[in-house]
Design a protein around this ligand. Structure first.
Ligand code: COA
Length: 173
């Protein structure tokens, strides 16, 4: 369970949230929240949770989805003993913190919450790993301490195995 600072609250994205003024500094991340996240959620393709500041502005958000990776795309250590077919994964599709609040731990808190949500969901709908695509090389550093690894041949695609996720979630609990 992640503790956000007093007055900050985590909510499921709805049309009531002020998405338009949100800026993380990455245009594609902001465009997703402004223009696509709500529609996508309505179609049951993704699920977005927003962190609402005491001022009611959006402090940050993350989007989760389910997906598949092909057996052949996995590193041998993960592919071992798995069937040679498309395999289920959880996807951390988007993550962003309002520019003015960056560098204060909100990104780490939102990532911890997103991974915990994946862990809880995985008890009912199992998957083999959490996958994410970094927007660029430098941002990979942000995920480094969480034991994410690169998928072979895909330097911006990172994965965290379900067993590491479990160890992390149970260690934090
Ligand atoms: C990446 C992002 C979510 C980080 O949020 P944040 O609130 O600034 O991060 P935190 O304050 O929790 O930082 C946690 C750690 O990651 C590091 N870090 C933060 N942003 C980083 C970045 N862009 N690149 C590398 N390291 C970063 C911090 O230095 C900090 O390390 P420290 O504890 O040793 O000081 C935020 O910068 C953001 O929204 N960026 C634009 C959108 C984006 O790139 N999203 C990610 C999509 S892959």
């Amino acid at each position: 369970m992640v503790r956000f600072p007093p007055g900050f609250r985590l909510e499921a994205l709805s049309s009531e949230h002020p998405r338009e003024p949100f800026t993380s500094g990455q245009e594609q991340v902001d465009r997703w929240l402004r223009e696509q996240a709500l529609q996508s959620q309505g179609k049951r393709l993704t699920s977005t949770r927003v962190l609402v500041a005491p001022t009611n502005e959006l402090a940050g958000f993350f989007t989760l989805a389910t997906g598949q990776v092909d057996f052949g795309d996995l590193p041998p250590v993960l592919a071992k003993k798995l069937p040679k077919r498309a395999l289920p994964v959880a996807i951390l599709a988007w993550l962003g913190v309002a520019e003015r609040l960056q560098g204060r731990g909100f990104g780490a808190m939102l990532l911890a919450q997103a991974l915990n949500d994946c862990f809880v969901a995985g008890k009912t709908f199992p998957f083999i790993a959490v996958i994410l695509d970094c927007v660029d090389e430098p941002t990979k550093q942000f995920y480094a301490r969480w034991n994410f690894c690169e998928l072979p041949g895909r330097p911006l695609r990172l994965f965290l195995s379900a067993s590491e996720l479990k160890a992390m979630a149970e260690g934090a609990g």
